[in-house]
Ligand binder design. Structure first.
Ligand code: ZN
Length: 83
């Protein structure tokens, strides 16, 4: 299964990961509500892929977001992704 991270703001492909199975805790998905999950994560069974909305570094800098102001669980996802 492949996971594609796209920037929600500029649409740029941030990264792709190849995983055997999705560990929701590892990726920070367990921190999301069902609504956030539906909003942020798109699963494509046919392509065996998951598409995740995130923010690229340049957009995080441009928008001036920090961990306290990031909404919709983006900080959880980005933390899970970066570390
Ligand atoms: Zn961006």
């Amino acid at each position: 299964m492949k996971i594609f991270y796209h920037c929600e703001y500029c649409g740029e492909l941030i990264d792709t990961l190849e995983v055997e199975a999705v560990d929701e805790v590892k990726f920070g998905f367990d921190c999301l509500t069902d609504q956030e999950r539906q909003d942020i994560i798109k699963t494509d069974i046919a392509q065996n892929a998951i598409y995740v909305k995130a923010l690229c570094d340049s957009c995080i800098t441009a928008i001036g977001l920090d961990d306290d102001t990031v909404a919709l669980g983006m900080s959880a996802i980005n933390k899970g992704y970066i570390h």
